[in-house]
Design a protein around this ligand. Structure first.
Ligand SMILES: CCCCCCCC/C=C\C=C\CC(=O)SCCNC(=O)CCNC(=O)[C@H](O)C(C)(C)COP(=O)(O)OP(=O)(O)OC[C@H]1O[C@@H](n2cnc3c(N)ncnc32)[C@H](O)[C@@H]1OP(=O)(O)O
Length: 238
């Protein structure tokens, strides 16, 4: 990802990610490493400006493109690794969680689904991804608190799989993971992957319109708009 300053996921970046994932699948990609050009941020999550005083049609397109991107990434037949070389809150954490393996550069960055802290709610499929990675108990604790994990904490709870000392080390560890997968029969590998992920995928696939409506209704609430405005001001003052 290369959208300075913080790879916030706006409609344009989501379209680019989705189209890339579609292309990789078509070209029978052997493996993908998702990382960031930024030296300190993997992705700041959803672009707050897409939710603040939104145009209804654009907000709908934004959300359905996010759903498409997630579905493509989560169900990709080829192996995927997140080389998390910076902070990874909310939607950034979702992208990492949707890969099969996570290597994160330590020690100073943080990762987590922090939505509760912002007065918004992590959608059920964000929650499902966290639950699938760290288990029901730890996911409930993390999501209710909107906890951002340090790299050490993330490793301990199973949110990431390995710690790297810098980006080059993260890429090298990600390549090791891909090398290990490359010797396996591709169809067997991808069938097992999708079997593990099917229930989570189907939950969104069967409820896409309801999920979109919930998002649009949620961001139309004056209280939510107020919370987003205050949050943007805090970020800008910083
Ligand atoms: C009842 C059931 C209802 C269910 C409905 C579901 C509804 C769900 C709705 C939403 C779900 C949302 C998920 C999300 O992803 S929300 C986004 C959450 N993201 C964050 O909280 C991260 C915020 N950013 C930061 O913490 C930092 O920026 C950080 C990533 C740590 C990087 O820090 P630093 O390097 O110091 O950079 P700055 O903070 O100075 O930021 C630089 C500029 O970038 C702007 N910025 C940062 N983050 C965002 C963002 N997410 N969107 C838009 N813009 C962002 C920041 O304001 C700075 O701008 P400027 O240079 O103009 O001051």
């Amino acid at each position: 990802m290369q959208k300075p300053p913080v790879n916030s996921l706006n409609l344009d970046l989501l379209v680019a990610l989705r189209d890339t994932l579609v292309k990789l699948e078509k070209e029978k990609c052997k493996g993908m490493i998702l990382t960031s050009e930024s030296p300190s941020v993997f992705s700041a999550g959803l672009d707050i400006m897409e939710m603040y005083r939104p145009d209804h049609n654009r907000a709908r397109k934004f959300w359905t493109t996010l759903q498409d991107t997630w579905i493509k990434l989560y169900s990709s037949p080829y192996p995927t690794v997140a080389a998390i070389n910076g902070h990874s809150p909310a939607g950034g954490c979702l992208l990492a969680l949707s890969c099969e393996y996570r290597v994160m550069v330590g020690p100073k960055f943080t990762i987590g689904l922090n939505e509760t802290q912002l007065g918004i709610v992590a959608p059920f499929w964000f929650q499902d991804c966290m639950r699938n990675a760290i288990g029901e108990r730890q996911a409930e604790l993390a999501l209710t608190l909107g906890k951002m994990f340090s790299v050490d904490e993330a490793l301990k709870v199973g949110l990431i799989d390995e710690i790297a000392k810098d980006k080059a080390d993260a890429i090298s560890k990600a390549e090791d993971f891909l090398d290990e997968q490359s010797g396996l029969p591709a169809l067997a590998r991808s069938t097992v992957k999708v079997a593990f992920r099917e229930a989570t995928l189907n939950r969104l696939l069967k409820n896409r319109e309801a999920d979109t409506k919930m998002f649009l209704d949620f961001i139309s609430m004056p209280k939510v708009q107020q919370a987003l405005e205050m949050y943007m001001q805090t970020l800008k003052k910083k």
